[in-house]
Design a protein around this ligand. Structure first.
Ligand SMILES: *Cc1c(COP(=O)(O)O)cnc(C)c1O
Length: 343
């Protein structure tokens, strides 16, 4: 990947939001199309290659950024990627693949459909079945699952990112009040929060949950951080008081693009020329807009927004995002946003 990822100023967007916004462009991280999974694979692949692993196995959704980057990393190193995705029900099966699902095919991954709505135990069993099959073929397979080594690698990668970011901030002379980041399983946020705490940064991590409730996700984040700290030999531990979890955007559902989220995407696109993804970063953008509006982030404060990538997902939402020809084609006036036309 390409490190350090840029830390970008965003003057027009800052003016519109009323804060001094800095954007950490993890979406420009390299590998295939950037994103936070590139940074963690940079860590995970080193030890796997040293062990002679030649086959990567993972399970996730059909539009998973993780699976896309595993396919890309496998291609880069001449490995095989076996990607397990839930079979979709009904009509979507007959549509041509879009977004990340299309990239799996172009990247040459071995894509297999498994029964949908799996619990954690059966997901692990399905991955182990493929691992055993690969081993019988004489290959050296590894399962990339957050319950295994991969979870600690993912968190450690973002401890490293925290150090990188603090170096960039020191060079720029900026002292941000807070850092906004998406939290799915929470490894990325855990690594950043752990790294910032360990390096004694007062910047507060505002983790925006994309699906889980805060009371479930907070202990997970503490756990991820503890595993990473142990592996790194750090005595610093994270507790739930060290970060803020915002879960009010999770209620609409994982991957559901509400009109407010689409507005946030258009705002960031039209004020900065940066297209953010609908699943993760749109929720973070929405949270940032709302927290400034309700006074929880003071006007004029310096804020870091981490763009974690995920761009290819937009192609799976073309209906919702292209639905408004007046906004898209004619009215390019960002001051008119957010318009809640679709509500
Ligand atoms: C995976 C992913 C996240 C969430 O990372 P976690 O460590 O699971 O919280 C955020 N943004 C994008 C684009 C992702 O692909």
């Amino acid at each position: 990947m390409h490190l350090p990822t840029p830390l970008e100023q965003a003057p027009r967007l800052s003016e519109m939001l009323g804060v001094d916004l800095l954007i950490k462009r993890e979406d420009l991280a390299g590998l295939c199309v950037g994103g936070n999974k590139a940074r963690l694979l940079e860590f995970a692949l080193g030890s796997l290659r040293a062990k002679g692993v030649d086959t990567l196995i993972a399970h996730a959704a059909a539009q998973s950024n993780k699976l896309r980057d595993i396919a890309a990393a496998a291609a880069r190193f001449g490995m095989r990627a076996v990607l397990l995705i839930p079979a979709s029900r009904g009509a979507t099966e007959t549509l041509p693949p879009q977004g990340n699902r299309l990239l799996f095919d172009i990247l040459g991954a071995d894509v297999r459909l498994v029964a949908p709505n799996f619990d954690a135990a059966s997901i692990m069993i399905s991955q182990e079945e493929v691992r055993d099959e690969m081993a019988r073929e004489g290959r050296r397979p590894a399962i990339l699952d957050r319950r295994l080594e991969y979870g600690a690698d993912a968190t450690i990668a973002y401890v490293d990112a925290a150090e990188e970011l603090l170096g960039q901030l020191a060079a720029s002379g900026k002292k941000p009040h807070s850092l906004f980041i998406a939290a799915g399983a929470g490894m990325t946020a855990a690594g950043l929060a752990l790294g910032l705490k360990h390096l004694r940064s007062p910047m507060r991590v505002m983790a925006v949950s994309t699906s889980g409730r805060a009371r479930d996700l907070a202990p997970d984040i503490e756990q991820h951080a503890a595993r990473a700290a142990e592996r790194l030999g750090l005595t610093t531990r994270l507790s739930s008081g060290d970060f803020t979890l915002i879960d009010e955007y999770a209620a609409s559902g994982y991957g559901v693009l509400t009109p407010a989220l689409a507005d946030a995407m258009r705002l960031f696109a039209r004020a900065h020329g940066m297209v953010i993804d609908p699943v993760y970063n749109a929720k973070v953008a929405c949270a940032l807009v709302d927290k400034v509006a309700d006074g929880r982030i003071l006007r004029g404060a310096t804020v870091v927004y981490v763009n974690t990538g995920g761009g290819p997902a937009i192609y799976d939402y073309s209906d919702a995002l292209s639905a408004d020809p007046v906004d898209v084609g004619v009215n390019n006036d960002v001051a008119a946003l957010p318009s809640r036309r679709n509500t």
